[in-house]
Write a protein that binds this ligand. Structure first.
Ligand SMILES: Cc1cc2nc3c(=O)[nH]c(=O)nc-3n(C[C@H](O)[C@H](O)[C@H](O)COP(=O)(O)O)c2cc1C
Length: 180
């Protein structure tokens, strides 16, 4: 199995991290991966915040319900990214959004997320995608400009847990040939 494919099988959600700092060099590698992500007509609607300030981290944590399993990770992780999207660009053909899905920003950010999580895994880092929180409050805390919205947060650090492979539907249950 080649390295990319084994990375895809081995990556797991990680919510516990060691104290080891993530170097600027490592972060820069991840930024390069993020900037190379594919997107609708190469529109690249993403805006990313690297949240370093512990006070802002605490404010962001308070927007998660306490039952969110990633609650602690938002403050404990050595690195926390907030992934935001400029709306009204992805999905455009000329002046309109002609598909039934309209704005494709969630899709493009999903692609960046997976690139980031796989690259982080290959560098020994663990990640968790956090989507369950109060997005409006986060927009305020991060001073996100009008027309742009936070989509997810991604805490990241050197793994301090193994992470278990969850059950997956076998591909035969969702693959179809020709039509449904
Ligand atoms: C879009 C998205 C949102 C998620 N939101 C959360 C979250 O708010 N809190 C959390 O603990 N995990 C969250 N997760 C992690 C999932 O629970 C996890 O990916 C899933 O259980 C599969 O496990 P795996 O990543 O190890 O394959 C999210 C994952 C995705 C893709």
């Amino acid at each position: 199995m080649n390295e990319v494919i084994s990375n895809m099988f081995e990556r797991r959600t990680i919510r516990k991290y060691t104290d080891q700092a993530v170097t600027d060099e490592t972060l820069e590698q991840l930024y390069k991966v993020m900037e190379s992500t594919q997107s609708w007509a190469n529109t690249q609607c993403w805006e990313i915040v690297n949240v370093v300030n512990p006070e802002i981290r605490t404010q962001l944590q308070a927007t998660l319900p306490k039952q969110n399993p990633a609650y602690r990770a938002t403050v404990d992780a050595p690195v926390l990214f907030a992934l935001c999207a400029k709306k009204g660009t992805s999905g455009m053909i000329g002046d309109s959004m002609p598909t039934i899905h309209e704005d494709w920003y969630m899709y493009d950010l999903g692609l960046m997320t997976q690139n980031l999580c796989l690259a982080a895994h290959s560098l020994g880092l663990g990640t968790v995608v956090v989507g369950w929180f109060d997005h409006n409050k986060c927009n305020e805390i991060l001073n996100v400009p009008e027309g742009t919205e936070i989509v997810s947060m991604i805490p990241m650090g050197y793994r301090n847990q193994k992470g278990a492979m969850p059950k997956h539907k076998p591909f035969a249950s969702f693959m179809h040939t020709d039509t449904f």
